[in-house]
Design a protein around this ligand. Structure first.
Ligand code: BES
Ligand code: ZN
Length: 411
């Protein structure tokens, strides 16, 4: 998904490509697949293409002009901070690259100057990353209309473009488009209990299939999708007495929309059937600092999901598995409905404060790729822990393990 499709913003054709990839993979394992759709707001998206054909997705300012995906080509000029003194008086026909001003007023001034000097497009390098992260692509906010396309590029895009400029490459093609009337989608595959009965308890394994604009989302969250697909494949033939549902949420990055939609349409009786929800989100970072594999709950209390995960860690001789306290993913709507749920994620506690978690700086950026942010070893650990924990919750009762009286054979 992160390489062949790339960024998968919620509601766009690229999220749908991801959904179809997941659905057809599940079908190839023998599942019948449900696509659950819901309406989402417009997306404002740009693309830039280099002379060698390399294409990167960016955000677009809603106040810039839109080419409706028609390409605009121009020489690229580095305008530095976008101040008048920093670039040629005449940039007619050029595309100007600059570090975005830190206020809407500053960005308005940058855009007005670039248009007055004849630019045909603008790339504003985002500098505002959240939670210590590098800045990803964004939708630059402006309070004036601008007559040319204004794209919001990630910090990494800015670095890469400046490297290309230094190497003498100057041509760039940009395009942008308003994506409207969007529908996003959850993809769900169900494996009934071995001997199904109405009202069987249900265990949900979830991951989100979307990414933020401009981020290939290899760790966030193609890693979780890979975990969900692999557990679906392996557990197809397992002997469990609970129903398993493998759910791939749309538009998580737009506000947990897919999981919230799913939870909202459950009757109380259906919600009560769900005994555990395992959310895999960012389960394979190669960032060495992220030393622990956490089962995070929204309220910070342990539950059946975190207990099963910590126990699986103990059985596997792995003390890096810990319970923790964090929201920010699709376990939250489940927890809010009273369903035991946890988020699985690699993190660590900051050396400078026991109250702060840290993660890799390149999540939500163009550098969230397999090459830069995925560890096969971490992925394997996540599979071993979550797989064992899901099985532990979903398996048939084992009297000796459950400390129940063992049956005796009556003579
Ligand atoms: N994978 C992240 C969640 C995350 C990020 C957890 C960093 C811990 C540390 C998730 O995809 C995400 O970014 N969630 C959004 C949720 C919001 C849109 C409700 C977030 O945290 O901004
Ligand atoms: Zn995520």
């Amino acid at each position: 998904m992160s390489e062949d499709i790339g960024p998968r913003p919620g509601g766009t054709e690229w999220e749908w490509e991801g959904a179809r990839y997941i659905g057809s993979t599940l079908e190839s394992y023998g599942y019948s697949v449900e696509y659950q759709t819901f309406a989402v707001a417009n997306q404002y998206i740009g693309h830039m293409t280099l002379p060698d054909g390399t294409t990167w997705m960016t955000g677009a300012s809603t106040r810039g002009a839109f080419t409706d995906d028609a390409p605009v080509t121009g020489g690229l000029v580095d305008a530095g901070t976008g101040l008048a003194a920093e670039y040629p008086a005449d940039v007619t026909g050029k595309i100007v690259l600059m570090t975005a001003g830190s206020s809407a007023a500053a960005r308005n001034t940058q855009a007005t100057l670039a248009v007055n000097r004849g630019a045909v497009g603008m790339l504003l390098i985002n500098t505002a990353g959240a939670r210590g992260a590098k800045a990803g692509a964004n939708n630059p906010s402006l309070s004036v209309d601008v007559a040319v396309p204004v794209l919001g590029v990630g910090q990494a895009h800015g670095e890469w473009l400046r490297e290309r400029l230094a190497a003498g490459e100057t041509d760039l093609t940009i395009r942008n488009k308003v994506h409207s009337n969007l529908e996003s989608v959850n993809v769900i595959a169900t494996r009934p209990a071995q001997t199904p009965a109405p009202g069987d308890p249900v265990v949900v394994v979830g991951a989100h299939l979307d990414s933020v604009v401009g981020a290939p989302g290899a760790n966030d969250d193609a890693s979780g999708v890979g975990l969900g697909l692999e557990l679906a494949r392996v557990m197809k033939s397992y002997n469990t007495d609970k129903e398993l549902r493998f759910a791939f949420w749309g538009s998580e990055e737009r506000g947990l929309l897919g999981a919230r939609h799913y939870v909202n349409q459950l009757s109380d009786a259906e919600a009560n059937r769900i005994v555990a929800m395992f959310q895999a989100d960012m389960v394979a970072t190669s960032h060495l600092g992220a030393t622990h594999f956490y089962a995070m709950t929204n309220d910070g209390r342990t539950n059946v999901v975190t207990d099963a995960a910590v126990a699986a860690g103990a059985r596997q001789g792995d003390s890096s598995v810990l319970p923790g306290h964090f929201g920010s993913s699709d376990h939250v709507p489940f927890a809010q409905r009273g369903i035991p749920a946890a988020l699985f994620i690699w993190m660590h506690v900051a050396s400078w404060s026991p109250l702060v978690y840290e993660i890799e700086r390149i999540y939500h950026t163009p550098e969230d790729t397999i090459a830069l942010n995925i560890s096969p070893e971490r992925m394997q650990i996540a599979l071993n822990i979550v797989g064992a924990a899901v099985f532990d919750v979903a398996r048939k009762p084992v009297p000796a393990l459950d400390q129940q009286p063992e049956p005796v054979l009556v003579p």
